[in-house]
Design a protein around this ligand. Structure first.
Ligand code: AMP
Length: 283
C-alpha cells in the first residue's frame, strides 16, 4: 500500500498522536530522497524496530554550503514513494522548505568538536544544518527510534552527540553501508556520474580497503594513505579532498591503529563529490 504523504507538521503530529495513543512505537528514517538500496536498508531496520515507520524526504537547504550542489541534488519524490510502497512504510513526511524554516527562523543546533574535521572542515556550516534539521525532525515526528547509515559516519556521530547532550528521547540506530558488487558505496550522488566515471569510481573503496589492510599489518597511516591517495588520483579522480585515519567515535586523527579507527575519504570524480569510510580493526 502507498504510504500517506504529509507536508505539514500539524498533519504529521495529528497522525503520530493517534499512533502514540494506541501505544505504538514510531521509527523515523530521515532522508533527502533519491532513494536507493542504502536508504531501503534503513527502512527495513526501522520496520524491525518500530510499529510505525516514517520516512522523511527533505532536501535540507541549510546543509548545503554550495548553492550549485543544492540545485543539482536529484529530486525524485514520485519514484521514491513507489520504491517505499512494498516496504510497509506508514507515512512519508515531505515538507516544503518554508514549512521547515518559516519566516523569522533563527535557531541553530551546533555540535562542537566532532563537526569541525573532515566534511565539517570542507563544507562550512554543513553539520550545523544537519544537526538543526535532525533535531527538528525528532521533535516533529516524536519518534522513539531513528535510523542512520554508517555511510555518513561523521554525521552519525554528530547525531549521537546531540541526542545525548540535549536529552532527546530517541534511540539512534546505525546501519551498515550498502555497497554495489564492485564496492562502491550507494549514494544519491552516484546518479550524476557519467558511465566512464562510474566505471572507475570503485578505485576509491579499493584504495581505502588496501590502506586499511596495510595499517592493520602495522604500516603507519601516513605511509599507507599516501599510497592510497596516489592510487585514487591515478585511477582518474580529480582531487582527494581528505583521506585520513581517525578514532571511530571521537574522530581524533591517528597514525597507528592502536584502538578502533576508521579511514575517512572525500574525493572528486568530475564534478561529483564522493565520500566513504571504512573501519580499521587492530588485531
Ligand atoms: P541522504 O538521503 O543521502 O541524506 O541519506 C539518508 C540516510 O541514508 C543517511 O542516514 C545516510 O547515511 C543513509 N545512507 C545513504 N547511503 C547509504 C548507504 N550506501 N548505505 C547505508 N545507508 C546509507
Amino acid at each position: 500500500m502507498s504510504p500517506l504523504v504529509v507536508r505539514t507538521v500539524a498533519d504529521l503530529r495529528a497522525v503520530v498522536a493517534g499512533w502514540k495513543a494506541a501505544g505504538e512505537r514510531v521509527g523515523v528514517v530521515p532522508t533527502m530522497g533519491a532513494l536507493h538500496e542504502g536508504h531501503l536498508s534503513l527502512v527495513q531496520a526501522a520496520k524491525r524496530g518500530a510499529d510505525r515507520v516514517i520516512v522523511t524526504i527533505f532536501v535540507n537547504p541549510k546543509q548545503f554550503n554550495n548553492p550549485a550542489d543544492l540545485e543539482k541534488y536529484p529530486r525524485t519524490e514520485e519514484t521514491d514513494a513507489a520504491l517505499l510502497a512494498p516496504f510497509g512504510v506508514d507515512l512519508i513526511f515531505a515538507p516544503m522548505p518554508d514549512e521547515v524554516y518559516p519566516q523569522g527562523f533563527a535557531s541553530t543546533v551546533s555540535v562542537a568538536g566532532i563537526s569541525d574535521a573532515l566534511c565539517g572542515a570542507h563544507r562550512p556550516g554543513h553539520f550545523d544544518g544537519v544537526a538543526t534539521v535532525v533535531t527538528k525532525l525528532f521533535l516533529q515526528t516524536l519518534a522513539d527510534s531513528a535510523y542512520f547509515g554508517e555511510k555518513d559516519w561523521q554525521q552519525l556521530q554528530v547525531v549521537r552527540r546531540l541526542v545525548a547532550d540535549l536529552n532527546v528521547p530517541v534511540t539512534v540506530v546505525g546501519c551498515p553501508t550498502v555497497r554495489e558488487a564492485d564496492g562502491l558505496a550507494l549514494s544519491s550522488r552516484n546518479q550524476r556520474l557519467t558511465g566512464e566515471e562510474r566505471a572507475l569510481a570503485p578505485a576509491l573503496p579499493r584504495a581505502m580497503r588496501d590502506a586499511a589492510a596495510r595499517i592493520c599489518a602495522g604500516q603507519t597511516a601516513s605511509v599507507a594513505l599516501a599510497a592510497a591517495r596516489t592510487a585514487i588520483l591515478s585511477a582518474g579522480f580529480r582531487e582527494v579532498e581528505y583521506l585520513e585515519l581517525r578514532g571511530a567515535q571521537d574522530l581524533v586523527m591517528m597514525d597507528h591503529a592502536d584502538r578502533p579507527a576508521h579511514i575517512f575519504a572525500a574525493a572528486w570524480l568530475g564534478d561529483v563529490r564522493l565520500i566513504d569510510n571504512m573501519d580499521v580493526r587492530p588485531a
